[in-house]
Design a protein around this ligand. Structure first.
Ligand SMILES: NC(=O)c1ccc[n+]([C@@H]2O[C@H](COP(=O)([O-])OP(=O)(O)OC[C@H]3O[C@@H](n4cnc5c(N)ncnc54)[C@H](O)[C@@H]3O)[C@@H](O)[C@H]2O)c1
Length: 311
């Protein structure tokens, strides 16, 4: 099969690796062409971790995986190469307006048979499906990070998604050893509808001084079996993605538990995005041994700022 991946950030790279390591050809493109140089090394790293986890000792596994990946710096060349692809997967920023605009641009340029998979983690598939002009062939496939290691894929059909598209999607995912499950088209679907309020509450409790970063993560890890706890998970998802998902879910639901805490907004403003930038709730200078940080200064700064204004 032939796959197209639009957006080569954390999730795009995960899907590129997933498709390529299953022997499928993948073409990818990103609006930020500077970031494209990191795609192959990023995919090599993920493939190596997957080989370790799944006990694959084929010495050619990584080279075989990357041999299926074609990176395009030119948008028109990308569109020409993927015109006859089986699946076009979008993994761009979590922003409904942006996704609709971009899909309305790309999808009409592709063959009618192409199926759209959106990796959105929370957004309504229906406007995206309409924007791409083939609502029967559009569906959410919300993969979990890191995609090659995490089997779960949330499959969310829209109002007009055909039964054929649902079945094609399920079968294609199963053929790649993923575990697809159907979820409702509500803000956050199933996984983030439950997870996001919890992760945002954790930050609010941290802000109130009720819990410390390390204790919070040890607690969830050792008591509920969450491998990363909550604050490490924040750092892997990245603060900008957490903020985008929270804001879009808040806008769609008006649920106050989804209103993002100030600490999260400040982390985004300060470029402290998590593991990818080296600092978040943890200091990632040594990625094997992250050290919890004291992030209370975000709130203290805020009080000082406010006092400054009433002097
Ligand atoms: N980070 C996670 O843990 C996670 C998990 C599941 C789902 N998701 C979802 O996956 C999607 C991508 O998230 P991510 O974490 O990979 O984000 P990211 O910021 O790592 O990557 C997004 C990429 O999209 C590119 N992009 C933005 N606008 C574009 C455009 N107009 N055309 C082409 N490329 C464009 C950016 O340059 C960037 O490389 C989002 O919908 C997010 O909600 C994220």
């Amino acid at each position: 099969m032939k796959f197209a991946v639009l957006g080569t950030g954390i999730m795009g790279r995960g899907w590129i690796t997933q498709f390529a390591m299953n022997g499928h050809d993948v073409h990818c493109f990103d609006a930020n062409t500077k970031g494209l140089t990191g795609v192959i090394p990023g995919c090599e790293k993920m493939a190596a971790t997957a080989a370790k986890k799944f006990k694959n000792d084929d010495p050619d596994f990584i080279a075989n995986t990357t041999s299926h990946i074609t990176i395009h710096e030119d948008k028109d060349a990308f569109i020409a190469a993927v015109n006859d692809c089986d699946v076009f997967l979008e993994a761009i920023f979590e922003d409904l307006k942006l996704k609709c605009t971009v899909l309305a641009d790309f999808m009409p340029q592709l063959s009618d048979k192409v199926v759209l998979w959106s990796n959105t983690s929370s957004l309504d598939i229906d406007p995206m499906a309409d924007a791409c002009g083939r609502p029967d062939r559009a569906i959410v496939t919300h993969g979990m990070n890191p995609v090659p290691l995490m089997p779960g894929v949330e499959v969310v059909p829209g109002a007009k998604t055909s039964a054929e598209t649902v079945e094609f999607t399920r079968q294609t995912l199963l053929s790649m050893k993923k575990s697809p499950f159907l979820a409702p088209n509500i803000p956050g679907f199933w996984v983030n509808r439950l997870l996001m309020p919890q992760m945002l509450d954790a930050v609010r409790l941290l802000e109130q001084g009720k819990i410390k970063v390390e204790d919070g993560d040890i607690g969830l890890n050792t008591s509920l079996g969450h491998p990363q706890g909550t604050f490490k998970l924040h750092d892997f998802v990245t603060a900008p993605t957490m903020l985008r998902v929270a804001l879009q879910m808040y806008q769609a639901s008006n649920d106050p538990r989804l209103y993002p805490p100030l600490t999260l907004m400040r982390m985004v403003q300060n470029g402290e995005h998590g593991a990818s930038t080296g600092k978040g709730f943890y200091d990632w200078s040594d990625p094997r041994n992250p050290k919890a940080r004291d992030v209370s200064h975000y709130l203290v700064d805020n009080v000082d700022d406010m006092l400054e204004h009433i002097k």
